[in-house]
Design a protein around this ligand. Structure first.
Ligand code: GDP
Ligand code: MG
Ligand code: K
Length: 293
């Protein structure tokens, strides 16, 4: 069978069971959970690897109950949830009415991304209630595939997981399968630094750098890490560093803040820039993190 890989965005109100579902998907599989990983666009919850698949699951800030000040950011989220996904999972729990926002449901109705609506916590319902809920959601979101599940008890979870794999495109893995289980922390350090570089430099720079975290020492109250930004040319090195080091400093400060949130601990980050003409051929790592515009 051809290898499949892709991105699955999981959205839903708080406490509907997103984390529980993640754990259920992961089960015995080779995987990594990163409940604290947070980027501007995605929060990667976990990556589930199999011999012939790689499923990258992202959480979103969650659908926040409509509140005046949150309206704008919620709409941004609704937009991005569809943009970077190969499959969208909308998880609801028995008895809830779902999001109050009609724009969201219009988005689902017109989505080219397949949407699986998971009706969770069916262990708490009886047959009659379940049937009533299925017809409520069928009417509300006719284009979605509805799957009743119990994330907690594992009911229908592997069926849904297999369905996800069916829906994913044929593709090689996006993230190296072995190094992820080997040194997952360093991988996320690299991704956070990469994100800052994407935010602050023109396009050609981000695509010509590679980041390597060579040191990662966790002490009692602080994590010390040392990362190298590798570029292909001397001129790129100058751009990354900026006037009197100001550009690099900004990347370092912002990355450190995110890393502290990510690891829940104080972080000391040393950042270096190195010219390495051959990094491209050294590294076969494919990237697609949802940042490409
Ligand atoms: P999240 O906020 O969407 O990530 O929700 P969580 O996964 O943290 O779950 C919220 C609560 O719902 C927890 O107490 C879970 O144990 C519970 N929960 C999740 N899935 C199920 C389920 O299938 N059945 C039942 N009865 N409880 C569940
Ligand atoms: Mg949770
Ligand atoms: K969560």
């Amino acid at each position: 069978m051809a290898h499949k890989a892709g991105f699955v965005n999981i959205i839903g109100n708080p406490n509907v069971g997103k984390s529980t579902l993640m754990n259920a998907f992961i089960g015995e599989r080779l995987s990594i959970i990163t409940s604290k990983a947070q980027t501007t666009r995605h929060r990667i919850l976990g990556i589930v690897n199999g011999e012939d698949f790689q499923v990258i699951l992202s959480d979103t800030p969650g659908i926040i109950k409509p509140a005046y000040e949150l309206q704008a950011s919620m709409m941004d989220f609704v937009k991005s949830a569809f943009e970077d996904a190969d499959v969208l999972i909308y998880i609801v729990e028995i008895g809830e009415q779902g999001l109050k926002d009609e724009a969201f449901f219009n988005k689902i109705a017109n989505s080219e991304v397949p949407v699986l609506l998971l009706l969770n916590k069916i262990d708490k319902s009886n047959q009659e209630q379940l049937e009533e809920q299925v017809s409520y959601w069928t009417e509300k979101v006719p284009t979605a595939e509805i799957h009743p599940i119990s994330a907690l008890e594992g009911f229908n979870v592997s069926e849904v997981f297999n369905r996800i794999i069916e829906l994913l495109p044929e593709s090689p893995a996006f993230y190296p399968k072995d190094t992820l289980t080997d040194k997952p922390e360093r991988f996320f350090v690299n991704e956070i630094i990469r994100e800052k570089i994407l935010m602050h430099y023109k396009k050609e720079i981000p695509y010509s750098v590679e980041i390597e975290t060579n040191e990662f020492f966790e002490e009692e109250d602080i994590i010390r890490m040392r990362s190298v930004i590798m570029v292909e040319r001397e001129t790129q090195k100058g751009i990354i560093i900026g006037h009197k080091g100001s550009a690099l400093k900004r990347v370092g400060v912002e990355a450190r803040k995110d890393l502290e949130k990510f690891f829940g601990k104080q972080v000391h980050l040393e950042l270096y820039v190195k010219v390495n003409k051959n990094w491209r051929s050294d590294s076969q790592q494919l990237r697609r993190f949802g940042y490409t515009d």
